[in-house]
Ligand binder design. Structure first.
Ligand code: SRM
Ligand code: SF4
Length: 572
């Protein structure tokens, strides 16, 4: 029986709802569109569906104006995102991605903030064989984007302890169990015979329903004391609780999410709230029930108000928890104490369980490419050729060469040195703690540069850092080209969100452990002002900070900005 306290918002369903409804479980006319020979693009309707298959139609924005002048259609190309729970791949899979990036993409790979690969610049005619080859390598792109559950994140180093390994298995299980049922992906890209309408096979989406979710849905699992996956930014988060070396269950968070729209106060970033504790074997059931609540009560008229965080706020968290428990038929236990230290990565060699070694490499802005003076892509390819362990993509856009035996470590180290691959130790700790989203030239929503600009800006901030003796101070710094917040800027101690070319809103004061949002400090400023503001702030920080005080905490104590008031600090 429907819960009387809960109501879905009224309003005409958005166009995307119609497209999904008419799509015959995400098929639409995608297959035909991909074969259509005249345009390098596809229709808007098919592009909406394409996302659920892990891809977006984009155009090279650097070429837009020139092509308009020449009366050419935009330089259409596709971005492809892999589904890879916990960011784990084998050396063979790495080599396939590397080869495809050169053969069909723009010759680079992007390690994303949700621990997976993106390839850019794929032409329509190469999409099918690219997806086929990814699948032959036992990876896929299903549900990497779209109104479904996305890549499930988890702490990237399963060899850190047995619990880390166990948690990784749960992230895979969640990812697999929450996949859509439709065979559309297999028919369109992998030549599976059409099942829809055939009398033998009943195709349905018992959990998602025929129109899927009102919006994307994100799940992550953190293993304290590391909050490297930014648990509080997830729609649904699980915080591992370990007693005497055993995983006894998870604290559950709901309602996190960071996207917003400039100037629209009805949109906002928000950290998830802890609602209780469950046992490991209960998490799939719990995730399914929460997803069905978002399916039933999420906003289907206005997409920018449709994320689960808004559903939770509109319905009231107590009512949502009550509904979760009604649907489950059991109750969550009281949350257990937990503590996070930071939301960054630990670089360099580390020894894990079973005597295996792991090397975390610093990958600035997550871009795997060869530059004239830094052959990162070639170096990693050579490592993949001899590596017998695996690779782990981190949520901070870095990579772990993981599970290396003591014998292999020497050989891998030789390659690291030969190619000058770096764990970032010779950079400032600020640079090592940086993240930037893709933004220009591929992202259609970018208002300003991010990936192509942040490294340069940090070079200039580094001068101030050095003047003040702060080279080894870890301060998280994040930049995005727009307020959609793909590099989780609201959880950076210093953050920049693009407003227009060269102009950013500047934010300060997030917690170093990712548990408190930052606040806007200056609006629409350019490089000169950014540097002059930071000159004052960093010099004050160097002189006035208390022992072990993080920059994000300092700016609040010093009254530079006010603390956020929504009770977001979870220190126990
Ligand atoms: Fe994102 C849309 C890139 C993580 C919030 N994101 C996009 C699109 C697809 C642009 C578009 O819709 O046309 C970007 C593609 C750019 C390109 O050229 O590749 C894009 N998002 C990324 C990635 C690749 C950034 C990166 O540099 O690593 C990340 C891919 C993650 C993955 O592997 O799945 C990425 N996006 C995020 C995150 C961070 C996270 O999930 O941990 C967020 C904020 C957290 C959240 O969801 O609240 C995020 N992306 C968005 C939003 C805003 C959603 C909202 O709540 O309003 C959009 C826009 C949208 O969905 O309409 C968006
Ligand atoms: Fe694009 Fe904005 Fe996401 Fe950056 S934050 S990748 S500019 S959508």
């Amino acid at each position: 029986m429907a819960n009387q306290k809960l109501k879905a918002p009224e309003g005409t369903p958005s166009d995307v709802e119609r497209i999904k409804e008419e799509s015959n479980l995400l098929r639409g006319t995608l297959k035909e569109s991909m074969l259509e020979p005249i345009s390098a693009g596809i229709s808007d309707d098919d592009n909406r569906l394409m996302k659920h298959h892990g891809s977006y139609l984009q155009d090279d924005r650097d070429l837009r104006i020139e092509r308009q002048k020449q009366k050419l259609e935009p330089a259409y190309q596709f971005m492809l995102r892999v589904r890879m729970p916990g960011g784990v791949c084998t050396p063979q899979q790495w080599l396939v991605m590397d080869e495809l990036a050169h053969k069909n993409g723009n010759g680079t790979l992007k390690l994303t903030t949700r621990q997976t690969f993106q390839m850019h610049g794929i032409l329509k005619w190469n999409m099918k064989n690219t997806i086929e080859e990814i699948n032959h390598a036992l990876l896929d792109t299903i549900a990497a984007c779209g109104d479904v559950n996305r890549n499930v994140m988890c702490n990237p180093n399963p060899y850190q302890s047995d619990v880390h390994g166990e948690v990784y298995e749960w992230s895979k299980k969640l990812s697999d169990d929450l996949l859509p049922n439709t065979r559309a992906y297999y028919e369109i890209w992998l030549d599976e015979e059409k099942v829809a309408g055939s009398p033998e096979v009943e195709e349905s989406e018992p959990m998602y329903g025929p129109v899927y979710l009102p919006r994307k849905f994100k799940i992550g699992i953190a293993v304290p004391p590391s909050n490297d996956i930014d648990i509080f930014s997830q729609d649904l988060g699980f915080i591992a609780v370990v007693e005497e070396g055993q995983l006894i269950g998870f604290n559950v968070t709901i309602g996190g999410g960071l996207g917003m729209t400039h100037g629209d106060e009805k949109t906002y970033p928000q950290v998830g709230k802890v609602i209780g504790f469950c046992k490991p074997e209960q998490i799939v059931d719990l995730a399914e029930k929460i997803i069905t609540i978002q399916r039933d009560y999420g906003n289907r008229s206005v997409r920018k108000y449709a994320r689960f965080k808004y559903t939770v706020d509109r319905l009231g968290i107590e009512n949502v928890v009550e509904e979760i428990e009604n649907r489950l038929g059991w109750s969550l236990e009281k949350a257990k104490p937990f503590h996070f230290d930071d939301n960054g990565d630990r670089y360099g060699w580390e020894k894990g369980v079973k005597g295996r070694w792991h090397y975390t490499l610093f990958v600035e802005t997550g871009r795997i490419a060869d530059r004239e003076d830094y052959k990162l892509m070639t170096g990693l390819r050579e490592i993949a050729r001899i590596h017998k362990g695996d690779f782990r993509l981190t949520a901070n856009q870095n990579i772990i060469i993981a599970n290396v035996s003591s014998q292999k470590k020497k050989k891998i180290n030789e390659l690291i040195e030969q190619y000058g691959l770096t764990d970032g130790q010779h950079y400032s700790a600020l640079r090592r703690s940086s993240m930037a989203c893709v933004a220009l030239p591929t992202c259609g929503l970018a208002m300003a540069e991010a990936e192509r600009y942040l490294p340069e800006l940090i070079g200039k901030i580094d001068d101030i850092i050095d003047e003040n003796g702060l080279r080894n101070e870890e301060i998280t710094i994040r930049m995005t080209g727009c307020p959609n917040s793909c590099a989780r800027p609201s959880l950076g101690e210093i953050a920049f969100i693009g407003k227009s070319p060269g102009k950013y809103n500047m934010y300060l004061g997030a917690a170093f452990d990712g548990s408190r949002l930052n606040k806007m400090y200056k609006e629409t400023i350019g490089e000169e002002e950014i540097l002059s503001e930071l000159k004052v702030l960093l010099s004050r920080y160097a002189k006035e900070r208390e022992e072990k005080e993080h920059f994000g905490d300092f700016v609040i104590r010093a009254g530079v900005i006010e603390a956020t008031t929504d009770g977001t600090n979870f220190h126990n």
